[in-house]
Design a protein around this ligand. Structure first.
Ligand code: PLP
Length: 416
């Protein structure tokens, strides 16, 4: 299926979208109304984040996109659709715009968005059917539990391996392996995996390679250009960016069979976001580049500061030259992101006491928002955790770096 099919229509529904054109050549009467007059292939991410997936509303001239709450769309009695929209579980204008935007950000052939990141992961795995999947041993614990506890009983055979050495992936491949899942940087240990090397191994064994790019963000890392077939996001994090909307996305390198199967599972299963959630996520994406750049420079400066602090046992941040994955991160990322983990205090409780003394870091789960957040991961992940007992995961926000450093300094010194 051609790239134009996706960019020209953006609906997640095979064969559904048939955009109607206005008298003004190059401008569509209805959404999605962008690619007709703009060549996104030539634009940079900052521009795409602001413009891709929406246009001045042709009905009202509204510059900010309207929210289309209608669950159903009128069509001719012979079944013809004027806009490509039929019923909002299949797709709707806000969702189509968001999918077009995400696809443009990572140079995909198409994207489909979900009600959460976990729903995106689950739908991809469901679309594969009973098979063998390989995940990194340090991945978001929910992804591993989902594969094992929910899909295991439906015939999914799950292996977890240390993918820092790609040879371990090769050794774990079976004839039934259909998916190699990569997460880099990883949650919560900030492990760096070599996307290009692992994708090559997956393909050689007849499997696809999907990358959880939630922590990398499209600003810093573009897995499809490194050889991955699918890039997954919890849009709840950096893309939404304000801690006020759950969502997930899959972006596909090509629009073939896998894309069609995923869309079919989603259309029938219904793990879809509402128009308002899509609208909020699109609003967040417009400032994605500026947010991620500030969060990244804050994180780099804070990691440097903490790595020299006498009260800190270890800092896990791929931007530090001492990090085991630094060279690979330099090769595949534009910069090193806004997430880090630190080991402080002699026990789980001591690390939590230090976190409790911070004034600017809310003790809360999740990440990628405007406010800095911190939490002890072992206490969240339970008995299966690989996180050291005193590991605090930190999401760096948009506060001034000097305030963040001063806050950490006072919390650490009070512990001495
Ligand atoms: N992937 C990563 C790396 C995450 O950090 C998370 C959530 O923390 C998820 C996936 C799951 O996303 P959601 O909470 O939107 O389902």
């Amino acid at each position: 299926m051609s790239r134009d099919f996706f960019f020209g229509t953006t609906s997640g529904v095979p064969n559904a979208p048939k955009p109607r054109w206005s008298a003004d050549p190059g401008r569509m009467l209805f959404w999605p109304a962008t690619n007709s007059r703009t060549n996104f292939d030539r634009m940079r991410l900052e521009t795409l984040a602001v413009h891709a997936g929406h246009d001045v509303d042709p009905a009202t001239s509204a510059v900010t996109p309207p929210i289309h709450l209608s669950t159903t769309f009128a069509r001719e009695t012979d079944g013809r659709e004027h806009t490509g929209f039929l019923y909002s579980r299949y797709t709707n204008p806000n969702r189509a715009g968001l999918e077009q935007c995400l696809s443009a950000l990572e140079a995909g052939a198409g994207a489909t968005v979900f009600s959460s990141g976990s729903a995106a992961t689950m739908t991809l795995m469901q679309a594969l059917g009973p098979s063998h999947v390989i995940l990194p041993d340090d991945a978001y614990f929910g992804s591993i539990r989902l594969a094992r506890e929910v899909l295991g009983p439906w015939g999914m055979d799950v292996s977890t391996v240390d993918m820092r050495d790609p040879a371990n992936v090769r050794a774990a491949m079976k004839p039934s392996t259909k998916l190699v899942w990569v997460e880099t940087p990883s949650n919560p240990l900030l492990t760096i995996l070599d996307i290009a090397a692992i994708a090559e191994i997956a393909h050689a064994g007849g499997a696809i390679c999907a990358v959880d790019n939630t922590w990398g963000t499209p600003v810093l890392q573009r897995p499809l250009e490194l050889g991955a077939d699918v890039s997954m996001h919890s849009t709840t994090k950096y893309l939404g960016g304000h801690g006020d909307v759950l969502g997930g996305a899959l972006i596909f390198r090509d629009g073939g069979d896998l894309y069609q199967r995923v869309v079919n599972v989603q259309m029938l299963g219904g793990a879809v976001p509402s128009p308002f959630e899509c609208w909020l996520t699109m609003r967040g994406i417009r400032t994605l580049a500026v947010r991620v750049n500030v969060q990244t420079s804050n994180a780099a400066a804070l990691a440097e500061f903490l790595s020299k602090h006498p009260c800190v046992e270890a800092v896990h941040y791929p931007g530090l030259a001492s990090h085991a994955g630094h060279e690979i991160a330099k090769k595949q990322m534009k910069a090193f992101g806004g997430m880090m983990s630190v080991q402080v205090g002699a026990s789980r409780q001591e690390s939590m006491d230090i976190a409790g003394r911070l004034q600017l870091f809310a003790y809360a789960t999740s990440l990628g928002g405007t406010e800095s957040l911190i939490e002890n991961r072992a206490s969240v992940e339970g008995p299966s955790t690989r996180a050291p007992e005193n590991l605090l995961r930190v999401s760096i926000g948009l506060e001034h770096i000097d305030d963040l450093k001063a806050d950490f300094d006072q919390a650490l010194r009070a512990a001495r």
